[in-house]
Design a binder for this molecule. Sequence first.
Ligand SMILES: CC(C)(COP(=O)(O)OP(=O)(O)OC[C@H]1O[C@@H](n2cnc3c(N)ncnc32)[C@H](O)[C@@H]1OP(=O)(O)O)[C@@H](O)C(=O)NCCC(=O)NCCS
Length: 174
Amino acid sequence: MEHHHLNLEIIPVPESDISALVELFLLVERQHEQYWPLRWALRSDIQQRYTRWITSNRANPDWLFIIAREKAVGSDARGSGDVIGGLAAAINQEIPIYQFTHYAFIHDLAVREQARRRGVGRALLDYSRQWASEKGVNQLRLMAADRNTAAKALFQKYGFQTTYSEMVLPVAPA
Ligand SMILES: CC(C)(COP(=O)(O)OP(=O)(O)OC[C@H]1O[C@@H](n2cnc3c(N)ncnc32)[C@H](O)[C@@H]1OP(=O)(O)O)[C@@H](O)C(=O)NCCC(=O)NCCS
C-alpha cells in the first residue's frame, strides 16, 4: 500500500518537547491499563514520574529518547510541526549466562492516532535499530501486549521474532 508521504524528522527529544513525549507515552500506558488493571493499573502521579524519568536519563548515552515530527516544507524550516511519535529505549545488561552481555530494549513506542499508518512507527524503529547497532549490541528487544494487534503487526512485519509470552496468574495477597 502506498501512503501519503511524510517528510519526517526524528531527533533526540529537546527539553521543550518532553511534556509532549510524556503525553504520548501515557496514551499507551492508559491503553494497557484498560487491557487488564491487575497487570497495568497506573499510579496517580505517573505523569510526574515519566517526566522525571526522561529528564534524568536523556543525557545518558545508554538511553535513547526520540521524537518524530513533520518537517516544515520549503526553505523556511523554522516552524517544525508537532510531536507525532516517540520512542524510549535503553541498553540493558543481560544475566551472565549468555554469550552476549548487553541488548537494546524499547520501553515505549507511540504514534499519535491521526498520524498512524504513515510509516512513523517504522521510522522510529529504524532510528533505534541504527542506535543499537552503533552501541555494539546484537539485538533489539521489546514487549508487546498480547491484545495489542496493531503493535504486534508492526513488529512482526518489521522482523521481530516472538521469543517469550509473559503469563500472569492472579494471586490473592494474604
Ligand atoms: C503500534 C503503533 C506504534 C504503529 O505506529 P504507525 O506509525 O501507525 O506504524 P507504521 O505506519 O510505521 O506501520 C508499519 C506497518 O506496520 C503494520 N501495522 C501498523 N499498524 C497496524 C494496524 N493497526 N493493523 C495492522 N497492521 C499494522 C502494517 O504492516 C504497516 O504497514 P502498512 O501501513 O504499509 O500496511 C501505533 O499504532 C500506536 O502508537 N499504537 C498505540 C501505542 C502502542 O500500542 N504502542 C506500542 C506499545 S508496545
